[in-house]
Design a protein around this ligand. Sequence first.
Ligand SMILES: NC(=O)c1ccc[n+]([C@@H]2O[C@H](COP(=O)([O-])OP(=O)(O)OC[C@H]3O[C@@H](n4cnc5c(N)ncnc54)[C@H](O)[C@@H]3O)[C@@H](O)[C@H]2O)c1
Length: 323
Amino acid sequence: MRDCGVGFVGAGAVADRHARMLNEFPDVGLAAVTDPDEPRRAEFARTWRARPAADLEELLDAGVDAVYVCVPPFGHGRIEEAIAAAGLPMFVEKPLGLDLEVAERVAAVVADARVLTAVGHHWRYAATVRRAHELLADRPVRLVAGAWLDKVPPVPWWSHRDRSGGQAIEQAVHVLDLARLLAGEVVEVHAVAGAPAAGGDVAGATAAALRFADGAVGTLSATCVLGWKQRAGLEVFADGLAITITEDGIAVRADDREPAWEAVDPDDAKRAADRAFVDAVLGRADDVRVPYAEALRTHRLACALARSAEDGEPVHLLEEPNG
Ligand SMILES: NC(=O)c1ccc[n+]([C@@H]2O[C@H](COP(=O)([O-])OP(=O)(O)OC[C@H]3O[C@@H](n4cnc5c(N)ncnc54)[C@H](O)[C@@H]3O)[C@@H](O)[C@H]2O)c1
């Protein structure tokens, strides 16, 4: 039985990954897909037995129950607004946009429309993150050290800031989201960026210092000049406790105990994020951990970091108007 018919806006790599996960669920059907790249749209439609739609309007008319927005950072805005106007739930891939303007506007529109939203910060569904949360329950975080040390992803838009937003906004945002979850809100960020990586104007390296409202301090290091993914993750330190989290596992060293590494399958968190969204759409559960408004707080931090790197000045993050 197909209870939930999903439409896809964007038929690239991440759409394919979501389709693979959703296809495993017996109560989900991949109903329709639109993408201006016609061969891609056709291929996705053939692979997942979805109806190809010429544009967003046709997709929204196809009777879908929910929409996955899997477009590059420059593509956000009008898509989410149209889905909200149609009253449909949406799963939006990170980042929310190139900058803050579009994301703040969309946040207001989806809040007014009261539609269900989820954003692709799937790390929050990892068993490792739950474990870290538990370990930190009675020990305040003192220091976080985030890192995204990688290659340039193989998509044509990534190396251009006016297409991707740059590495902090596009990639390291996963780590910033985790830092917020485990150490609380950031009130000040000061970042510096090095020369562009080859082939575009995205900085080849970025380093940032962070001050958290609850007293912790932190760093973020990012580079995209490697030919491989060296490491992406977060180290968290509290009194007598050191935790390292990556998508592949967690290492914990506590008090006088020997360090231990526990591996996880990164697909588990991705699958759990998709399942939680579908269950929320079907009214069966309420475990969307990063709705649009929560992702906006992380996006504000990533944008503040990018602005600090650009201006060479610290940026103070203010409390949002409605708390
Ligand atoms: N959460 C995660 O772990 C994760 C992983 C990979 C990618 N992503 C994010 O997903 C987004 C897409 O990444 P990708 O790797 O799939 O990129 P991609 O380039 O492979 O695919 C993007 C697709 O969107 C299409 N597109 C562009 N504008 C569109 C529009 N207005 N309407 C419909 N389709 C449009 C493009 O033609 C392309 O086919 C990025 O923002 C990326 O950061 C998230």
